[in-house]
Design a binder for this molecule. Sequence first.
Ligand code: CAA
Length: 384
Amino acid sequence: MDFKLTEEQLMIQRAAREFAQQQCLPGVIDRDEKQQLPKEQLLQLAELGFLGMMVSPEYGGAGMDTVSYVLAMEEISKVDSSVSVCMSVNNSLVCWGLEHYGTEAQKQQYLKPLAHGIKDGQLYTGAFLLSEPEAGSDATHQHTSAIDNGDHYIINGVKNWITNGSSASVYLVIAQTDYTKGHKGINAFIVEKNTPGITVGAKENKMGIRGSDTHAISFTDVKVAKENRIGAEGFGFNFAMNTLNGGRIGIAAQALGIASGAYELALAYSKQRKTFGKPIHEHQAIQFKLAEMATKIETARLLCFKAAWEKDNHLDYTTTAAMAKLHASDTAMWVTTEAVQVHGGYGFVKEFHVERLMRDAKITQIYEGTSEIQKMVIGRSITR
Ligand code: CAA
């Protein structure tokens, strides 16, 4: 077993760290407060090649492996998860799905600019529209319909909690074509955001990742050409599930970054803050907290790497990805709460980053499959 990162992976990690520290850190508290989309940072990320980092160069991507993606996601999420969630959705839920299941024409038209993240000088990203007001965890029960109407489908319904909802140019929409067939009657479609009949709702006022744009999206008689369906008729639910497996590695890495960011801040603070005549890390109460944080983070990192390695080696990574997300998101919640505790009163105010990291951690236990869904996936796999 070789835990050593390659030169290329180390280089990507360094580039992501520099980007996070130099471009994301300044103004991150203000953007969070104002719920401001980190557009400038996303454009820089596109220039770095990170918005389509795993897409093959043939389709305009950087052709990097999933381990590199985990490294980059960790570094950026230490600082700004409103940036990293956009990166994760575009890479894992949008580009990966199109590269693996799209037609050549779909790849030429949509994947290429999405992998670059820029088109005609503007940010060009995608969003993944699966969740609905009454179909979140229970994703097979889609209410949004896509009715076959000759050479096109007509989509009606509402999607919600959509990351990149207003900033994305391309939506991958999951909808029900045949209600008699259950999840085998679901299809996935590529829909351009400016298609008539699409309405983007107000931005959600969230607890964390407040810069990222999360919206409900309504569809009223939206016409989508047949050639924009992804995969064979009835493949939409399997498309969504297969795509989400990789997405879960991205969110696990995001949670890992939130945890390690909070841990690094707590460690630094514990060396500088003194009580009872000595730095607080010399008190066993604090040192034990730091030791437990470091241990949980390392186990989360190993699970992220294992899931990424399995994906890179074309093995079934479904269960490990679910384990990584479950463990890393619980770790993020626990570590950030403890990091606030280490900071005492300073951890409770917005000038100190741990307060925001604690709020950001919560979503990692919810999106791309709640912790309860991850336990279902793991439970079904180990008892099969
Ligand atoms: N990987 C691959 N296939 C999977 C899968 C997985 N992890 N989980 C289920 N499937 C497949 C099954 O094999 C089955 O396919 P076949 O019929 O072809 O064999 C099909 O999906 C249906 O599965 P089940 O019969 O197990 O269906 P179920 O209703 O009992 O359970 C579920 C399905 C696992 C709960 C699924 O609905 C699920 O994962 N729910 C969570 C959805 C989710 O993660 N939503 C996140 C929203 S996206 C988001 O957050 C994006 C964002 O903007 C950040």
